[in-house]
Ligand binder design. Structure first.
Ligand code: HAM
Length: 429
């Protein structure tokens, strides 16, 4: 029986687990300095909790929850931890004993998404929730805290993007405005955004479709359509971040995939991550505690994805190591060495970085060198290859092999694939 772990999940073996422990230790250390205490909640909760808090028309509730059972008995593997933390806060009457609580959590979350790099079905979050205060300085503290953590683990190259999205009431006028503007151009929107027009028009701002981006980036900014008090709150967050020395970019089109947010929203993105580039997301949710039956209390928090943090660290480490080699020519025998020497010269003259063996070493030793030099391609040259006249170009990332007639075709192929190598952080356990 061939049993593998389910799609979108992964095993973390001991060596890798040591790196996870380092990241978790760093988080616990930073959080303790900022006064956050750990909370652990169950891995599943009543489905109602997530429907009520995240929102019925969100992607998560509509199609990404792992749910078992029906009606009041229905249970769901937690897709996120903000709602469970608020549920625990209320269940244990923390608002009566000490209303202002700074809490953090570390653990697995579950979303039935289409898996891809950086997008898993079981993934891990490290998050904080500061519950019981509406002070904009707390928004700034939480954002600054995320950055402190990234700095502490040596992760460079991240960007903080910040926006304010108002409350369901205060953003009503803006919602009507963008709905009218987008409806007038509905034909040019993607099918998802056409559906969003009626259900959740703000999600259109988050669409990755190029045509939709071109349209939404011409819409008015939400900040210009919020009441003065909410704009003042946002300005104060910005001032406090500047005071803390935390760089950020205002992003007037940043929205988040949950209905509970009010006011400040933010994301931390990283260029080394590809299309799933959010390392961290969060914001203020001043209505959630009351929505779940508690008193009217403000709260703000974030969560970051551990898998993505590790990917970003790896990308940064590769970038710091330098670009690597375009191609390494492995050669076996004198005739092949001469041919490899000729090819290497042609490749270098064409502006590519190439190297080969000058010590007559074994195939295995030459492959080790290719790996050490982080060669993106390898061509093997032996008697058979010379006789056939075909050059087999191996892509080291995918192991895919392409047969090419001569070195000029190899040059064209590598150029066509573009892509410089990527980066100096010790990821060794
Ligand atoms: P979120 O943006 O859905 O926010 O998730 C936070 C982070 O978890 C993302 O930025 C990403 O790094 C990671 N993440 C999310 N989905 C996946 C996935 N399928 N695979 C891998 N990583 C993923 C929340 O969950 C909110 N509860 C954050 C929050 C806390 N807001 C206020 N307090």
């Amino acid at each position: 029986m061939d049993v593998r772990c389910p799609l979108g999940t992964e095993d973390i073996l001991p060596e890798q687990a040591l790196v996870w422990q380092k990241v978790e230790r760093a988080a616990r250390g930073v959080f303790a300095r900022y006064g956050y205490g750990e909370i652990r909640t169950p891995i599943f909760e009543s489905t109602r909790l997530f429907v009520r808090s995240i929102g019925e028309t969100t992607d998560i509730v509509e199609k990404e929850m792992y749910t078992i059972g029906e009606g009041d008995d229905s249970l769901t593997l937690r897709p996120e931890a903000t709602a469970p933390v608020v549920r625990a806060y209320l269940q244990h009457n923390l608002h009566k004993t000490k209303a202002f609580q700074k809490l953090y959590y570390i653990g697995p979350m579950f979303r039935h998404e289409r898996p891809q790099a950086g997008r898993k079905r079981q993934f891990h979050q490290i998050g904080v929730e500061a519950i019981g205060a509406t002070d904009p300085l707390l928004d700034a503290e939480v954002i600054h805290l995320a950055c402190r953590f990234f700095d502490e683990i040596g992760l460079a190259g991240y960007t903080v993007r910040l926006n304010a999205i108002g409350t369901p009431e205060s953003r009503g006028a803006y919602r009507d405005l963008i709905k009218a503007e987008l409806s007038a151009q509905a034909d040019a929107l993607c099918p998802d955004c056409r559906r969003r027009l009626d259900r959740n028009v703000f999600r259109a701002l988050d669409c990755k479709n190029r045509g939709c981006i071109a349209i939404t980036r011409k819409l008015p900014r939400i900040l210009d359509h919020l009441p003065q008090a909410e704009r003042d709150h946002f300005d104060r967050v910005c001032d406090a971040l500047r005071t803390a020395g935390t760089d950020f970019q205002e992003d007037p089109y940043l929205v988040r995939g949950f209905d509970y947010y009010t006011g400040t929203v933010f994301e931390v993105t990283h260029g080394g991550l590809g299309s799933q580039d959010a390392l961290c997301g969060g914001g203020r949710y001043d209505n959630l505690i009351a929505d779940l039956g508690g008193p009217s209390l403000g709260a703000v928090g974030f969560a970051m994805g551990v898998e993505r943090i590790l990917m970003a660290l790896e990308a940064t480490a590769e970038a710091a190591e330098g670009p690597g080699l375009d191609i390494y020519l492995v050669c076996l025998g004198d005739a092949a060495r001469l041919a490899a020497f000729g090819h290497c010269t042609a490749l270098r003259q064409a502006g590519l970085s190439a190297d080969t063996d000058y010590e007559g070493r074994s195939l295995k030793a030459q492959m080790r060198t290719a790996n050490k030099l982080r060669a993106r391609h390898v061509v093997l040259l032996g008697d058979n290859e010379l006789a056939s006249g075909v050059l087999k170009l191996k892509n080291m990332a995918t192991s895919e092999e392409t047969e090419l007639p001569d070195v000029h075709a190899v040059i064209r192929e590598i150029r066509g694939r573009g892509g410089e190598g990527a980066g100096g952080i010790d990821l060794n356990p």
